[in-house]
Design a protein around this ligand. Structure first.
Ligand SMILES: NC(=O)C1=CN([C@@H]2O[C@H](COP(=O)(O)OP(=O)(O)OC[C@H]3O[C@@H](n4cnc5c(N)ncnc54)[C@H](OP(=O)(O)O)[C@@H]3O)[C@@H](O)[C@H]2O)C=CC1
Ligand SMILES: O=C(CO)[C@H](O)[C@H](O)COP(=O)(O)O
Ligand SMILES: [Zn+2]
Length: 341
């Protein structure tokens, strides 16, 4: 069958391509319904990845956060109409030690491999997780971003020491909100401190114990462990501030993606005996755990509704451009595309 794929060909320019796909039994065909824009997609859309990377990765369909409905499963395991979240990581081998999202052989949608901006997405049957019928589709659209925190927490549990009195989250945006929320639910007896830049954004974090403006942190504040969710230019300051305020032997989970290498205070990492945990992307197990977590604690989904920034019906390529442009000018929340193209 012929499938239409909406590819970014150069900054701010999309083109339709027509792919001939065969209906194989190990693949399930999904019609995307709700897609959500990630900061990584914006770096391609605006061309901020630099000429070399753009030349290497484009043309490519963007978007790796999304849900849809099954339209065809030759094996009949998924009924037509089943709501599912799509897993963007595509492993090509298995490893006993290294997780699927760290294997250099894995492909990742919307990072050099076509993402979900297609009429139909052809997924290996293990790349889908069924969703409850009643879950808000606008929240479910960004489950992939929630799996990022869930995955980072698995790594944190494996690598950090066991004192969990205080956590610090740097970043008052999407990932910071999700991380602070999940930390509070996972460790209800711990104090969760937010370190951010903008008062009105920080006001959304009603569930935390304390919010600090990064320019006005009291000298005596200390944390056991930190999650850096700032990314970009802000990640350097955030990581160095964490190093200053963290107790010795604490762990720093770095989640924010930066375009350029950042300078960090390695002397104090050594002196304090800190553990730095890099965390990127997620795998199938993280999606399963995240969907279960959201089903078990419906209050989490209610809080996450606050992150739905703007919703766009997409019927044309111009609608896609409008959604990406609107996302660039929106300072709070996720941009969701209702995929009706
Ligand atoms: N590891 C992974 O697998 C993933 C990583 N990411 C990355 O995470 C990062 C955050 O994504 P997202 O939350 O969507 O982006 P947002 O822009 O929504 O959030 C980042 C927030 O951090 C704030 N900030 C900037 N500098 C600092 C600082 N020094 N201290 C505290 N806060 C600061 C920003 O404020 P302001 O805008 O005012 O500068 C902004 O509010 C991005 O780099 C993204 O690419 C995303 C998904 C997965
Ligand atoms: O957003 C992400 C996962 O959700 C990752 O940050 C993203 O995949 C990084 O990819 P790239 O190297 O293409 O920026
Ligand atoms: Zn992402």
């Amino acid at each position: 069958m012929i499938n239409q794929v909406y590819r970014l060909v150069s900054p701010r320019q999309f083109e339709v391509t027509y792919n001939d796909e065969s209906l194989q039994t190990d693949y399930v065909v999904v019609r995307p319904t709700h897609l959500s824009i990630c900061a990584a997609d914006q770096r391609y859309y605006t061309g901020t990845r630099g000429k070399q990377t753009m030349a290497k990765k484009l043309p490519m369909a963007l978007i790796h956060e999304g849900i849809g409905k099954v339209v065809y499963d030759a094996k009949g395991e998924f009924k037509t109409g089943t709501p599912v979240v799509m897993v963007p990581n595509i492993p090509t081998e298995e490893d006993d030690i290294i997780a699927e999202n760290y294997l250099r052989s894995s492909k990742f949608r919307s990072s050099g491999y076509d993402g979900f901006m297609q009429d139909y997405v052809f997924l290996k049957r293990d790349r889908l997780v069924q969703l409850p019928e009643d879950m808000s589709p606008h929240v479910a659209a960004f489950i992939e971003l929630i799996t990022i925190t869930m995955h980072a927490l698995v790594r944190f549990e494996q690598k950090a020491h066991s004192r969990r009195d205080t956590f610090g989250v740097w970043g008052d945006g999407n990932l910071g909100f999700i991380s602070a929320l999940i930390l509070k639910k996972r460790y209800p007896n711990s104090k969760i401190y937010l370190f951010g830049k903008t008062k009105y954004k920080m006001e959304h974090f009603s569930f935390i114990d304390e919010a600090y403006n990064i320019d006005e942190i009291p000298e005596d504040v200390r944390i056991d462990h930190a999650f850096e969710c700032a990314g970009g230019k802000g990640s350097q300051d955030a990581i160095n501030q964490i190093i200053d305020y963290i107790h010795p032997e604490g762990s720093i989970a770095i989640l924010g993606v930066s375009e350029y290498p950042v300078e960090i205070n390695t002397r104090m990492i050594l002196e304090k005996g800190l553990t730095v945990i890099g965390s990127s992307r997620s795998g199938k197990a993280d999606f399963v755990n995240t969907v279960e977590f959201m089903k078990e604690i419906p209050e989490v989904v209610e809080y996450l509704e606050l992150l739905v920034g703007s919703v766009h019906e997409v019927r044309t390529i111009q609608d896609i451009i409008d959604a990406f442009e609107k996302d660039l000018t929106t300072s709070w929340g996720k941009t969701i595309m209702e995929w009706k193209i």
